[in-house]
Design a protein. Structure first.
Ligand code: PEP
Ligand code: MG
Length: 591
């Protein structure tokens, strides 16, 4: 047995449910890869500028590292950083790359990659051991420049043509957009928490996934056998016979329960005493709609539109938006579709836009803040949403609103778009419902003031929890603190619902919390009008709602608010559920 055939059991975070036994397809996306792109004469100066910027960004990053090394007293180590800094000042590296851009008419990435390859070849042929080793430094420097040029790592998932479990460091939204469900049957990734986009997409496409595995990419090779248990968060590499048999049984049991739960997809989300809750789905890509419908979702409560902007070199045109939105409407009709305006920033970057580097991107120029600065880009999307509203039940929703000024500013641009369309004779629904996500604690605190300005609220618990509890939602080191049952979160949710209802507007929830059947007991009691979730969760939540009365749910949610810790709440819910539900459903609860 070689080192790479050894059985290894890893504990990670369960990101997307299901058990899969398959073969590894390793993606080494820690290292940036240049893609050759031919450019026109007009693009030459732009590419030269990009190259200079990437080199300067690389220098800034290295200088920061050098400062840190110094401040930590590891002075000896700064020579390595100095050596890399010197390479960045190397005339040949820069000038040769520029002449590649000018003479070969290739993009900056390819131009620099050509020079790096030449330099590496020279070093590899040097007899002197020390000098030969410097070839590795050139690789590192080249990789840094490339990453700064690319902005994010692009991996090719589209080309996979056999059934595999993808093992990767992380997947960007642009990567996940290329997933073919027929070929990719599981994920095991180094980083990523439950609300990272990789896990949201994995859940939406019903692909079992485990994240937070830290170094799995260093432990496997393509072709290794692997078990991904998206229920417990366990991953087994090269399982022995005993574990293999054990998981085969687990997989069968899981598939049986799935079949049972599936019986609820076509039943209404109605309590024992006839209270209806609107159950909708969250989507990011159009391919998710069939799964949403087959799981019994009544429309789309959150359409994340970022995928229209990422993975392309030019911003989408008004018609690009319009064509996709009308397609979505057609597929979901007569149910409503809530289109959320661009929520860019943090982990979602647009390649055609020069995003400023931010130390704290989660609190930076993201989402509505970005749109209110880039108003032309924003208005293009709003015009397309308005045009789509002429063909079906469309609502527009603004993300990351933190105060009344922002919603007024966003509405003013929406009104401008309406005026433009009117004067152009283009039809739209003038009364289009306009709402906001409540996902910033300040918005939660002034929900009564915001409720006067809009037609509906949708609570975005993924960000609300991140900001309220000060937990980076994509940092798996603090993922254990990320708890929707924290009394602060429950109080916030309750007061948002009350503020909305006092102003006679509907309040929904579209964060991941809405899709957990345990939480749906509490959310029903709080009075939420709509729950929007991933497709997988829909029949589970329906099953819970159909087995309780509204009054009982109110008792549970009131009781829950009387506890002091999330742990006490969990204990109470566990006991309540045990006494109330039995059989398969109990096993479904994730307490
Ligand atoms: C949220 O923050 O809860 C949400 C639904 O939005 P996103 O996950 O896209 O930030
Ligand atoms: Mg959010």
């Amino acid at each position: 047995m070689t080192g790479m055939d050894k059985e290894i059991i890893l504990e990670g975070l369960a990101l997307s449910p299901g058990i899969i036994i398959g073969k590894v397809w390793l993606i080494d996306n820690k290292k940036a890869k240049a893609v050759k792109r031919r450019i026109s004469r007009d693009e030459v100066e732009g590419e030269v500028k990009r190259l200079h910027k990437a080199v300067n960004d690389s220098k800034d990053q290295l200088l920061k590292i050098k400062d840190k090394v110094f401040s930590e007293g590891k002075k000896d180590h700064h020579y390595i950083v100095d050596a890399h800094l010197m390479m960045l000042d190397d005339k040949m590296l820069i000038e040769d790359s520029i002449s590649n851009i000018r003479n070969e008419k290739v993009c900056a990435e390819w131009a620099i990659a050509m020079v790096i390859d030449e330099l590496k070849e020279i070093f590899e042929n040097i007899d002197d051991y020390y000098l030969r080793e410097r070839g590795g430094d050139i690789d590192h420097v080249g990789d840094r420049i490339l990453k700064n040029l690319i902005g994010e790592e692009h991996v090719q998932l589209a080309g996979i043509d056999e059934k595999v479990v993808v093992v990767a460091h992380d997947l960007s939204p642009a990567d996940t957009a290329q997933i073919n469900k027929e070929k990719i049957i599981g994920f095991a990734i180094d980083i990523g928490g439950k609300t990272s986009h990789t896990s949201i997409v994995a859940r939406a496409l019903e692909i079992p996934a485990v994240g937070g595995l830290e170094e799995i990419t260093d432990m496997v090779q393509t072709g290794n056998h692997i078990i991904v248990d998206g229920l417990s968060g366990k991953v087994v590499i090269n399982p022995d016979r005993k574990i293999f048999q054990e998981y085969l049984k687990k997989q069968q049991r899981y598939n049986y329960v799935e079949k049972e739960i599936h019986k609820y997809v076509d039943l209404p989300a109605e309590t024992l005493d006839g209270t209806r809750v609107h159950i909708a789905g969250n989507i990011e890509i159009i391919e998710e709609i069939p799964s949403l419908i087959s799981h019994g979702g009544d429309g789309i409560g959150l359409y994340r539109t970022e995928f229209l902007y990422i993975g392309r070199s030019e911003p989408p045109t008004e018609d690009d938006h319009y064509n996709v939105y009308t397609d979505v409407i057609k597929r979901v009709s007569p149910h409503p579709v809530t289109i959320r305006t661009l929520d860019v920033g943090m982990d979602k970057m647009m390649p055609f836009f020069d995003h400023p580097e931010e130390l704290n991107p989660a609190m930076g120029l993201r989402s509505i803040r970005f749109c209110l600065k880039e108003t032309a880009l924003f208005k293009t999307q709003l015009r397309a949403i308005l045009r789509t509203s002429a063909h079906g039940n469309v609502r527009v929703m603004f993300p990351m609103i933190s105060g009344v000024d922002e919603i007024r500013a966003a509405r003013a641009i929406l009104d401008e778009a309406k005026e433009e369309l009117k004067s152009e004779g283009i039809s739209f629904d003038n009364g289009i419902e306009t709402g906001i996500m409540i996902e910033v604690p300040s918005a939660a605190l002034i929900a009564d003031l915001l409720a006067r300005e809009v037609d509906f609220f949708s609570i975005g618990t993924n960000d609300l929890i991140q900001y309220a509890l000060a937990i980076d939602r994509v940092n798996d080191h603090v993922a254990y603190l990320y708890d929707p049952l924290h009394p602060a979160i429950l109080r916030m949710v309750k007061s948002i619902v009350d503020a909305g209802h006092n102003a006679n507007i509907k309040v929904g929830m579209c964060g991941e919390m809405a899709g957990d059947p345990v939480y749906s007991l509490i959310l029903l009691g709080f009075g939420l009008d709509e729950l929007s979730m991933n497709a997988f969760a829909i029949p589970r939540v329906k099953k819970v709602l159909r087995n309780i009365t509204l009054d009982d749910a109110k008792v549970i949610s009131e009781k829950v608010l009387s506890f002091t810790t999330a742990e006490d709440i969990k204990q109470y819910l566990k006991e309540t559920i045990k006494s109330r539900f039995s059989g398969e459903l109990w096993e479904e609860f994730n307490l």
